[in-house]
Write a protein that binds this ligand. Sequence first.
Ligand code: SF4
Ligand SMILES: [Zn+2]
Ligand SMILES: [Zn+2]
Length: 316
Amino acid sequence: MKCSTCQAKAAIEIRRHNAAFCGPCFLAHLERQVQRTIESEKMLAAGERVLVAVSGGKDSLCLWEVLRRLGYETTGLHLDLGIGDYSPEGRKKTEAYAEAHDLPLQVIEVKEETGFSIPELAGRTRRPPCSGCGLSKRYLMNRAALEGGFPVLATGHNLDDVAATLLGNVLHWQVEQLTRMTPVRPASHPRLVKTVKPLIRITEREAVAYCLLRGTDYHEDECPNAAGATLLLYKDIVNQIEAVSPGSKQAFYQEFGKRVRPHLAASETVTLRECEACGQATTGEVCAYCRMMERARQVTVRRGRVTRTVLEVPPA
Ligand code: SF4
Ligand SMILES: [Zn+2]
Ligand SMILES: [Zn+2]
């Protein structure tokens, strides 16, 4: 198989584009795809400071490397979730990348910030780890971006992520979530930072190939809490369809954006206000994060036959 661009021996085939590329042409192709996405979706303006959410995995390090090469002024943001052996390794890879390229990096230790690691938070609130983790990540990232004066936060969600999420939301007709499935979430309130997903046209396999060809060392393990998650099942189903019908994955997500989402967005009427406890944007009086943290700080103690709930002193 030959490279579609230069006719050298191809290293990777991309069936949905009916193309194959040698190493250097693939790197240029992927970076071009990301740049086109950024421009067509108006994700980043020239000279804008970008906060990049980096877990240390293939997608976020691929994103950081591409944005760095495209000349954007980036700062990394890593959340140390305190998950067993998984978190230290991701943090190590992120710090090593930042150091190797002399890039600024902010690390937030969730336990130090909130008093609880993600597994402790799950135990306290009796919610699945991913539920508390997702909420904490969104909240802490938004707050870090606001406090750092960043106008935009970029995340490494790829085509596999968004197509699988779309399938899940369609299967259950989660209309609110479908409405929010946009490549760009604008800053619709002064306490919300614009978020963008520049890798929505890049698959997981391509992000891996990019990191390998660029020599970017990433954390290969999945979070232990991801095992058995329904999102993995949806990814598998979408990949099975893609294998027999190349291009379906991208078309599924892109056509949703063109044909369906504009109708949903038109009906979106959410009024945001400031959380009475923390000041972040919310639809109710107190935001979901503050409510969750309050629940986590409560411990049930037994006094004889009476069960009481007491509030622990929040961490300093
Ligand atoms: S799999 Fe769940 S717990 Fe692990 S990082 Fe992702 S959201 Fe957090
Ligand atoms: Zn080539
Ligand atoms: Zn709040």
